[in-house]
Design a protein around this ligand. Structure first.
Ligand SMILES: Nc1ncnc2c1ncn2[C@@H]1O[C@H](COP(=O)(O)OP(=O)(O)O)[C@@H](O)[C@H]1O
Ligand SMILES: [Mg+2]
Length: 300
């Protein structure tokens, strides 16, 4: 059994499928290839790796296309849900169909990523499907089915295959004003995975250098926060919203996920995944990007 350090990596949609217009973004295969080179190097050095992919513009634009974003994320009252269903009806769609379209778009991105990995000598296998995850509104948490957790664990411990998942729409339990769905971004997927698998590090690869005090895409003089506990970092962040089409909250959504992961005792790095070698460097413990320290039981 391989006992090297366990690293869980989230590859942001912003890194590999960033285009803003059009139904489907082009895959940035050049960047993906650099990322896979890092993963290969880590595997060769005995590291154990699991990956989740953000649905990126594949999924975000599908979510927007079917107008289900507002309702799924921000439903406030029953009437709003009924209005959405009517809206979809006018477009000749059921909610179920709209949800499946989004999940198919995410699956497309994942399948392309898997194919690209194979071309570069890495074997990836999807082990988390929408049926494996459900959202529990009372605890504001995503619960992952034992089979998916164990599938992830088994691939890591006993095979050369890297287990992967992708952001998707999952079920909500119990329903909320009749709504049965919830978006589970890849940011969120790492919450139950980190809790159950206790990795040595979680890496969020995104399209900016780390967590800043304000949005660096808007404010050119925004200051990068290099290191701190989640509480200290949160105190310094003044804004974390994204300006582009996004279904999962940008840096704000990431911060909420990071809070849960560091609370589970796992250190988190937020780094720029578009820069060659950054994932490798972060995994090796180099202080690049933002290092969010675990709340307790530091593993490193
Ligand atoms: N305080 C902040 N620090 C860093 N990035 C921020 C902040 N506020 C907003 N952002 C935005 O968050 C984006 C990253 O989130 P997102 O677009 O969801 O990427 P990903 O695909 O990696 O999930 C950055 O491109 C940036 O524009
Ligand atoms: Mg995002």
């Amino acid at each position: 059994m391989n006992q090297g350090k366990l690293i869980l990596i989230k590859i942001g949609g912003s890194v590999i499928a960033p285009k803003l217009s059009g139904k489907k973004a082009e895959m940035r295969k050049d960047i993906l290839k650099n990322i896979y080179e890092d993963v290969k190097k880590l595997k060769e050095e005995g590291y154990r790796v699991g990956i989740v992919f953000g649905g990126g513009n594949y999924a975000h634009s599908a979510v927007y296309d079917s107008h289900i974003i507002r309702t799924i994320q921000n439903l406030r009252e029953e009437g709003e849900f009924d209005r959405l269903i009517k809206q979809l009806e006018r477009r000749g769609k059921t909610l179920e169909q709209a949800v499946n379209e989004v999940n198919e778009a995410s699956t497309d991105l994942l399948n392309e990523s898997i194919k690209t990995a194979r071309e570069h000598g890495l074997e990836l296998k999807r082990v988390i499907d929408p049926e494996h995850v459900h959202y529990r509104p009372e605890g504001k948490e995503y619960a992952m089915h034992h089979d998916a957790i164990e599938g992830f664990r088994h691939a890591i411990e006993h095979t050369e295959t890297i287990p992967v998942g992708v952001g998707m729409i999952v079920s909500r339990d119990p329903t909320f004003y009749g709504l049965k769905h919830k978006i589970c971004s890849a940011d969120n997927l790492l919450e139950p995975l980190a809790k159950e698998l206790e990795p040595d590090m979680v890496i969020y690869a995104t399209d900016v250098d780390g967590i800043y005090e304000t949005n660096p895409q808007v404010n050119k003089s925004a200051e990068l926060i290099p290191r701190g506990t989640f509480e200290k970092i949160e105190e310094r962040v003044k804004s974390a919203e994204v300006t582009r089409i996004d279904a999962t909250g940008g840096m704000l959504g990431k911060l909420q996920a990071i809070k849960k992961i560091t609370e589970a005792g796992v250190p988190v790095r937020v780094i720029n995944g578009t820069i060659k070698g950054n994932i490798y460097r972060a995994a090796k413990g180099e202080e690049i990007g933002t290092h969010v320290l675990p709340a307790h039981r530091p593993k490193a």
